[in-house]
Design a protein around this ligand. Structure first.
Ligand code: EPU
Length: 452
């Protein structure tokens, strides 16, 4: 039987940790257990999909992150009430970190995602499909480029157009409208760089409430797409084939609120696997799904990291004799672009030359310059980085630039000799829940220096 031990609290407004920094004294071997949080990239589109449900949805495992706060703020402006229960009893509710989040739509009049919020978080684009399907209108500020390169939304718009939505741009916004009801059809959703994760989710959400059947060919197969499809199916949607490139969605008239637990964050898990490897450590990762990390495990084992699975726990250890490898980022189930920077940090200490090619975001290399400031030897040629392993990294003052690049810098600092000060850690706060507490608990010497 479930026991509720938390009390109801309103979700906090985003905190501005803009100028906080991390002070890391490297060299400690990480040893102990880390609990993995719920997936940020699953929770964000799932929160947006809840716009379509009638009644009170209960989401479990939503991580406490500034990106989640931004999405909550955005949905609050769209007539949704969200409440976060305080941490529940971990014996009954999985990871002890967070209580469930209640979501209820109380006013369907507002359909606008303002630039102020969209510019801080591109995942705001996830409201486009749900708004069009449920409210018949959406005004979403066009997300600009970001630190990892150009990030167009043409595939989202094209997919929704094929379902019958009409679009124009006005004052920097995409304005979409639906006359009557969206209509299912067969479509190809891939683009020049392959499938789109959030584009697939946007079109899938809209198709769930469209008239008739939609077939999405070239759909993204990421676990985050499947997680959203699983939740929509609990709400009464009829989605099949998620997790494969061809999805079939039979539209339904309405979706009814449900209870859903967000999947574990595979990128956070992969980051901590690399943290264990780079510090010659021995770490157990709890509440994770190793099946979602098969390509990551494959590359890390090739590097010489020892990985085993035991009842939902992943054991990672390394003797820090690291072999060089080649790796190309690919759509799921390939090696994720969101762990490219972290793997690069590890390979700076390998015994020889490694090659990393970035196929998803060819400009996602902002970490290269900062890693080189710590003594790494990395040469970038187009979308490829050649990493000549060194025997030691050295602490230095460095700057976080985007979420995953920042995580790579934390990993490098954990292994470096001396002290590293990483400025602008608000990038890390967007996607890693309590990272400094989790690392300190397994022996890292890491401290947050608050901006006063
Ligand atoms: N693309 C287009 N047109 C579009 C959409 C995408 O050309 O309309 C291109 C992109 O430029 C890119 C490729 O398609 O080259 C794949 O992009 P995708 O649309 O899959 O990225 P996304 O859905 O916007 C999500 C994650 C990213 C992650 C990518 C790839 C969330 C909130 N974001 O973005 O996560 O890197 O999928 O797996 O789920 C992160 O967490 O740090 C992060 C950036």
């Amino acid at each position: 039987m479930r026991r509720f031990v938390g009390k109801l609290t309103v979700v906090s407004e985003p905190k501005d940790g803009r100028m906080d920094s991390f002070l890391i004294r490297g060299g400690n071997r990480l040893k102990g257990t880390i609990e993995i949080s719920g997936s940020k990239n699953s929770a964000l589109p799932i929160l947006a999909a809840c716009l379509m449900a009638e009644g009170k949805t209960v989401l479990k495992g939503v991580p406490r992150l500034s990106d989640i706060d931004s999405m909550v703020k955005l949905l609050g402006e769209m007539g949704c009430h969200l409440y976060r229960h305080e941490a529940a009893d971990s014996m009954f509710d999985g990871p002890a970190l967070n209580g469930p989040l209640d979501f209820e739509v109380t006013d369907e009049k507002k359909c606008e995602a303002r630039y102020d919020i969209v510019k801080t978080m591109r995942a705001s684009i996830c409201v486009l499909g749900p708004l069009l399907a449920k409210r018949g209108k959406a005004i979403v500020s066009i997300p600009g480029g970001c630190a990892i390169g150009d990030r167009p939304v043409d595939l989202h718009v094209r997919g929704l157009q094929k379902l019958g939505a009409e679009f124009h741009t006005e004052g920097g916004n995409i304005v979409g409208e639906v006359r009557g009801r969206l209509k299912g059809c067969r479509m190809y959703l891939g683009g020049a760089q392959g499938p789109t994760v959030l584009g697939t989710i946007n079109v899938m959400c809209a198709a769930a409430l469209a008239e008739g059947e939609t077939v999405l060919v070239g759909a993204a197969c990421e676990p985050e797409v499947s997680d959203c499809a699983d939740m929509l199916n609990k709400m009464g949607a009829k989605i099949k084939g998620h997790g494969t490139p061809e999805m079939r969605i039979e539209g339904v008239e309405k979706l009814t609120a449900c209870e859903h637990r967000i999947i574990p964050d595979r990128i956070e898990c992969g980051t901590f696997m690399i943290a264990a490897a780079i510090t010659n450590g021995e770490v157990q990762l709890k509440h994770c799904n190793m099946d979602h990390l098969i390509a990551v495990t494959d590359r890390l084992e090739e590097v010489g990291v020892h990985i085993s699975r035991e009842n939902g726990t992943i054991n990672v250890s390394s003797s820090r004799r690291l072999s060089p490898v080649e790796m190309t980022t690919q759509p799921y189930p390939g090696f994720p672009t969101d762990l490219q920077a972290q793997l690069m940090a590890l390979l700076t200490l390998a015994d020889g030359m490694s090659v990393i090619t970035e196929r998803i975001f060819p400009d996602r290399f902002l970490h290269v310059g900062e890693l080189n400031r710590m003594g790494a030897k990395i040469r970038k040629e187009g979308a490829t980085a050649v990493i000549q392993g060194v025997t030691q990294l050295f602490g230095a003052p460095i700057m976080a630039s985007d979420l995953r690049a920042s995580a790579a810098l934390v990993l490098a600092a954990l292994a470096a000799k001396g002290e590293t000060k990483i400025d602008r850690v608000y990038h890390i706060d967007r996607g890693y829940e309590k990272i400094e507490q989790k690392l300190a608990a397994v022996g890292a010497n890491i401290e947050r220096v608050k901006d006063r």
